[in-house]
Design a protein around this ligand. Structure first.
Ligand code: S3P
Length: 169
């Protein structure tokens, strides 16, 4: 089974994914790390060079490669927070994977993301406004692609991983 984790930046996809893969004794890949490795440059540099549109095309290509690389057993993938906004990515995930939406309130996200300098979509205007605007656009998409969701606000990453483990086992 391929288990993908989606949700807003800062919801804990990478830290939960790593822990979930330990519970399942399986491989884990962070899609952003895979993108950086394949491109040989940071996410911020990709955004600067080809814009968000170019990043999304490459992100989708990388996701397809990861899904195709899976042979048997379990495999956990932490998606980037915007991956499911690309219809082709959403289609690939629906077709090939189970998808878990890690939710977090806007206040929780603000706390976790304050001081972030790496994520291009969070730079510029106030963090609060950015999170609010993007969440308005995305909350429905996350929910529509996901098979189930786990609220992360009150849980540790290991606690979230255990919740997912209980549902899929
Ligand atoms: C993005 C989320 C980031 C990264 C890129 C765009 C988004 O991943 O893919 O900065 O559009 O939400 P994380 O969710 O792992 O921070």
């Amino acid at each position: 089974m391929i288990i993908t984790l989606t949700g807003f930046m800062g919801c804990g996809k990478s830290s939960v994914g790593r822990r979930l893969s330990k519970l399942l004794y399986c491989s884990f890949v962070d899609l952003d790390d895979y993108i950086v490795e394949r491109a040989g440059k940071s996410v911020a540099d990709i955004f600067t060079e080809v814009g968000e549109k170019g990043f999304r095309i490459f992100e989708c290509q990388c996701l397809r490669e990861l899904l195709e690389s899976h042979v048997e057993g379990d495999f956990v993938i932490a998606l980037g927070g915007g991956a499911v906004t690309t219809p082709e990515c959403a289609r690939l995930i629906r077709e090939h994977a189970v998808c878990v939406y890690l939710t977090a309130s806007e206040q929780t996200l603000q706390k976790r993301l304050s001081g972030d300098t790496k994520r291009p979509l969070l730079q510029g205007e106030s963090l609060e406004d950015r999170i609010h605007r993007l969440m308005e656009q995305r909350a429905g998409i996350y929910a529509s692609v996901a098979d189930f969701s786990v609220a992360t606000d009150e849980l540790t990453p290991m606690g979230v991983a255990h919740e997912i483990f209980k549902v899929i086992n």
